[in-house]
Design a protein around this ligand. Structure first.
Ligand code: ADP
Ligand code: ZN
Length: 541
């Protein structure tokens, strides 16, 4: 039977050496395998590449050898199931998977193996697990005391606050209700407080022990730049930082839309880079082919929507670039986490601009979700925007978001070249009063472009049409460039002094935090901008 504490650890170490060929557990793995091996429930939060798989594979083997029977692994990723089962079989572990890629006969074969007690690990898609047919199989094992452990991988999929909600995960609550005595371990690489609480609640893990690893990925250098001409900036970034003697590094470039993916992939190829597109609109065979090439060949750039990446284990991705801002920090962290899994230096580069904020806001506003839900999404977007606008250490902020305190890292753009800050309170007040005056004078709100024209004293047709050249705020901001005004506006949006409403079209409105700034009670700092400082990002080199 299963022995307690140190003995389990010893047995687990034996399995680690003998089956996996590794010398030692990493970080919290030792504690986790002891706890789970001994039948405890666990919630494991560990960054990508941290070694989550061993946290259930080792206990599965230990428990099977102690006569406890089968471990069922819930995973949403077919590709990952294939890889893991392949690796386990190679290591001599009896493993199999059940998912939609199997023929009926093959699936029945696996079910038979399962019932005969021939398997140590079975990987199954969540929708499969909760079918009456599959539950009947589990019942039969359970009756014979041969159901050992449930491992729920990518557990954040259960939460609508997570970035990858999968409704099928909700039904996994049945595991707890129907097989109350069977231990469960849930694992994820990203979960902020809200998502974490949701996982605990939805999967009934209130009594589980939580294991949180540091989310820091010290080898990843974070660089967030203001978007001007994103694809030119991207090319310059790759040329400057990811060019070797025999070509460029392997990287992933994320874009918001399929159309943009195609455009950027074409642009990169025309500029002599080795790039391939990947998005859900491509034929499945083409997608598979591009993915295989990315994994196999060196120095390939995958230009993709977020459809690409989950479950792709390529250790030497040297950069992840975002040409559009993601929805929230969790998504950003998950996507950038695909860089540098081998621990060697890698870059997470993002270009962001006002239009990104406006687009993301609009997607939230136009979604059919409930208001309370939209409010949460807006909050998450704001947190990312605040990270982008930050002038202090990116890593400190990123880790803080996941509940970790840390010191400035020395390996992000702001640490390496601290931005020059200047007081922009006066400019902020001009911008806020302009938004206010214009709305008051015309009884309707206007978009950023029009407000900038008024501030900068540009008597466009539209300005004249509304008589806005007669306003007291006309021309009061001629000293700043449009780029600078936009940067300031982004910051005011991030600070919730300005809101963008989508009806009738991206109009600007004063919001809660505007009052303190207008009254001079709250200061606004602005990063000195490239065009004022005289040159592009390259000039410092
Ligand atoms: P995750 O699922 O958390 O992203 P994996 O389980 O895929 O991480 O592990 C990442 C890599 O680290 C794999 O190549 C794995 O074999 C390796 N690894 C994990 N734990 C150890 C260990 N204790 N010793 C050596 N290598 C390990
Ligand atoms: Zn830093």
């Amino acid at each position: 039977d299963i022995a307690p504490g140190s003995e389990i650890l010893e047995t687990s170490l034996g399995v680690l050496h003998e089956v996996f060929g590794y010398d030692d557990f990493r970080g919290p793995q030792a504690d986790i395998v002891s706890h789970v091996g001994g039948g405890g429930d666990a919630l494991v939060l560990m960054p990508t590449g941290g070694g989550k798989s061993l946290c259930y594979q080792v206990p599965a083997i230990v428990r099977e050898r102690a006569g406890r029977g089968l471990t069922v692994v819930v995973s949403p990723l077919i590709a990952l199931m294939h890889d893991q089962v392949g690796a386990l079989l190679e290591a001599g572990v009896a493993a199999a998977f059940l998912n939609s890629s199997l023929s009926l006969e093959d699936a029945q074969q696996v079910e038979k193996q399962m019932l005969r007690g021939e398997l140590t690990l079975l990987y199954a898609a969540p929708e499969r697990l909760t079918t009456p047919r599959f539950l009947a199989l589990l019942d039969s094992l359970q009756e014979r005391g041969r159901l050992s452990l449930f491992a729920i991988d990518e557990a954040h999929c259960v939460s609508q606050w997570g970035h990858d909600f999968r409704p099928e995960y909700r039904a996994l609550a049945v595991l707890h209700e129907r097989y109350a005595g069977v231990p469960r371990v849930a694992l994820t690489a990203t979960a902020d407080d809200l998502t974490r609480a949701d996982i605990v609640e939805r999967l009934r893990l209130q009594d589980a022990r939580t294991f949180i690893s540091s989310f820091d990925r010290p080898n990843i250098r974070y660089q967030l730049v203001e978007k001007k001409d994103a694809s030119t900036q991207l090319q310059r970034f790759i040329r400057d930082e990811h060019m070797g003697a025999d070509g460029h590094d392997a990287g992933i470039v994320y874009c918001q839309s399929r159309r943009r993916v195609e455009e950027v992939a074409t642009l990169l190829c025309e500029a002599g880079f080795n790039a391939l597109p990947y998005h859900a609109g491509l034929d499945a065979a083409v997608r598979q082919h591009h993915q295989d090439r990315f994994l196999r060949e060196e120095g390939l750039i995958m230009v993709a929507t977020i459809a690409f990446g989950m479950g792709i284990d390529k250790p030497d991705v040297r950069f992840v670039a975002h040409l559009d801002m993601p929805k929230n920090i969790e998504g950003y962290y998950q996507e950038t986490g695909r860089a540098g899994r081998d621990g060697e230096p890698a870059t997470a580069w993002m270009a962001y601009g006002l239009q990104d904020v406006v687009n993301q806001r609009r997607m939230i506003d136009e979604s059919p979700a409930a208001d309370e839900f939209k409010q949460v999404l807006r909050g998450k977007l704001d947190a990312l925007l605040t990270l982008a606008e930050a002038s202090d250490c990116r890593r400190v902020r990123l880790l803080k978001y996941f509940g970790e305190n840390s010191q400035p890292c020395g390996n992000c753009d702001n640490c390496l070249t601290p931005p020059e800050m200047h007081d922009a309170t006066e400019a902020a007040r001009k911008l806020l009063s302009c938004i206010y005056r214009v709305q008051q004078a015309s009884g309707t709100a206007f978009g950023a472009g029009h407000i900038m024209d008024i501030l900068r004293g540009k008597a466009t047709d539209k300005v004249k049409q509304y008589g806005h050249e007669k306003l007291s705020t006309f021309g009061i901001g001629a000293d700043l460039s449009e780029t600078q005004w936009r940067a300031l506006l982004r910051q005011l949006i991030a600070r919730e002094a300005v809101e963008v409403h989508d009806a009738p079209y991206n109009t600007l409105h004063l919001a809660g935090a505007a009052r303190d700034i207008l009254k001079g009670q709250s200061l606004v700092q602005l990063r000195a901008l490239a065009d004022k400082a005289g040159g592009s990002a390259r000039s410092g080199r």
